[in-house]
Unconditional design. Structure first.
Length: 152
């Protein structure tokens, strides 16, 4: 009999615990809903700020890169004038190399203009790294070409 009463007490305690822990009161649910709505508003504000920061970052990057691309074009044009004025036997080869450098410069300009700003921050960072690597390669090629022109 004692075992039976003990089992009944344990079972009733467990049931009571379940009922107490299941708080389905409308006031509690209302509080949770308000907290969730506040979280949504905060998240939307953070998203808007992130978009503004991203656009600003893109515009700053774009301006600085456009200046570098214009400087590259200026150097290419100067080398064209120098090569056209020279009577070097490799004039055709240098002209062809300059045309390739100019084409690469134009491709980078187009790539910058065509970039879609609606991507993720990871996509933006990857774009910047790749673009900067391409810019560095082009800059080195132009410098090497200029150094070869100066040796003549």
């Amino acid at each position: 009999m004692k075992k039976h009463i003990l089992k009944l007490v344990v079972l009733m305690s467990f049931m009571g615990l379940l009922l107490v822990s299941c708080n389905n009161s409308p006031k509690a649910k209302e509080g949770e809903l308000e907290n969730a709505q506040e979280d949504v508003v905060d998240a939307e504000a953070a998203l808007q700020q992130s978009k503004l920061d991203s656009v600003s970052d893109y515009n700053t990057f774009k301006s600085s890169i456009e200046l570098k691309l214009d400087e590259n074009q200026r150097q290419i044009d100067e080398m064209k004038v120098t090569i056209n004025a020279s009577k070097d036997s490799n004039k055709a080869m240098y002209t062809e190399q300059l045309a390739k450098l100019e084409e690469k410069n134009e491709e980078l300009k187009a790539k910058l203009q065509d970039y879609d700003q609606q991507g993720t921050s990871e996509k933006w960072e990857l774009f910047k790294v790749e673009f900067n690597n391409d810019m560095d390669d082009l800059g080195k090629s132009i410098s090497n070409m200029a150094a070869r022109n100066m040796k003549k």
